[in-house]
Write a protein that binds this ligand. Sequence first.
Ligand code: GRF
Length: 202
Amino acid sequence: MINIAILASGTGSNAKMLLEQEKFLSHIQIELIITDKSNAGVINIARHYNKKVIVVEKGILNKQKHENLIMNHLTKHNIDWIFLAGYMRILSTSFIKYFWSESLNQSKIINIHPSLLPAFKGLNAYEQAYQSADDYSGITVHFVDTGVDTGKIIKQEKFRRLQNDSLDTFKARGLELEHKIYPAVLEMLDKAISNNCYEELL
Ligand code: GRF
């Protein structure tokens, strides 16, 4: 069994979908949820699923000390893989190196980003994509590397921008797609662990 941690800062709707998917998987255990916000919606979601949830606020800590606290929890719980689900901090190079797999040549940290990467990296991706008036946007699940939203893409899907879309309807359609593809990637990882073959992810 492989232990996974979810890191999230917000509502936690993606975390919820991963927790739903976990029920159908046999090689993955979502062991821990960590949030940096004491009022994050993900806290109640974790409790609903009887999962351990730990709040690690940054407060006055510098980035390294904050990450060290998170790292202590991750090592204590033997976490192998991390799924970022709306985690609003950029992880340091040393954190990513700690979760680096030489055999995969990737980190064992996965992120979901609401744009068709490499377009619209960083913050407010839905807003950036909506303002661009491109006909399509999309959702990307990728390995985390030391850049911001630059890691190797695992799965990417497009959704159409409708002519009468408001930012809200545009985001809602994107979020629906996020909820489909992030659990699908968790399932891909479960299969990879089971077969000891990670090619589909890479
Ligand atoms: C999602 O749009 C995710 O792609 C982005 O942050 C949002 C988090 O939403 N990185 P939720 O907390 O999972 O509902």
